[in-house]
Ligand binder design. Structure first.
Ligand code: GDP
Length: 174
């Protein structure tokens, strides 16, 4: 049995749904009053990837800030992949994804010097007040070197597991 230990980051502006995403993915719950913590925390989830492969995911969530801030190298150290999240009802959270991705490209590199694989998550797609179109997400995702992008709703449990599977698949294929 091979066990892969993967450190994965979840970044994005405050209030886009990062903590809820990690909580839903790891504990299978959506809790509206989920407390926003300050700082960085990680949660662990084990996947039975194939008959002879296990994946132990360490999910690092940056919590407690409203807008983009450049993260320290310690946070990025050893990361193998990242989910960059925004809220489809907030154009400013979408615009921030450029900064999050640039910071990742500068600091989160694999031993071969390449950027770590990143997936772009358009969260809260259950809400009617959407302001960011699929077209602009698609263009942005391609122009900025994301593996792919997906619409998610942590609330409705849409694409949460799928998004993580896609990212892990990409990491293991490198
Ligand atoms: P974070 O600051 O990025 O960690 O965001 P939180 O996980 O604290 O979520 C911010 C708010 O958005 C909370 O009130 C969540 O309940 C809500 N939220 C998270 N995901 C969704 C979603 O997919 N749909 C809707 N409607 N609300 C969501």
């Amino acid at each position: 049995m091979t066990e892969h230990l993967l450190k994965i980051l979840v970044v994005g502006d405050g209030n886009v749904g990062k903590s809820s995403f990690v909580h839903r993915y790891v504990n299978g719950q959506f809790n509206k009053s989920y407390k926003m913590t300050v700082g960085v925390e990680f949660s662990v989830k084990v996947l039975h990837w194939s008959e002879d492969e296990k994946v132990r995911l360490q999910l690092w969530d940056v919590a407690g800030q409203e807008r983009f801030i450049s993260m320290t190298r310690i946070y990025y150290k050893g990361a193998m992949g990242c989910a960059v999240m925004f809220d489809v009802t907030s154009s400013s959270s979408f615009l921030s994804c450029r900064h999050w991705k640039q910071d990742l490209d500068n600091k989160a590199t694999l031993p071969n010097g390449e950027s770590i694989p990143c997936i772009l998550l358009a969260n809260k797609c259950d809400l009617a007040q959407r302001v960011v179109s699929a077209n602009s997400i698609d263009r942005f995702s391609k122009a900025n070197g994301f593996v792919t992008w997906m619409e998610t709703s942590v609330k409705e449990n849409e694409n949460v597991g799928e998004a993580m599977r896609r990212l892990v698949q990409e990491i293991l294929s490198v």
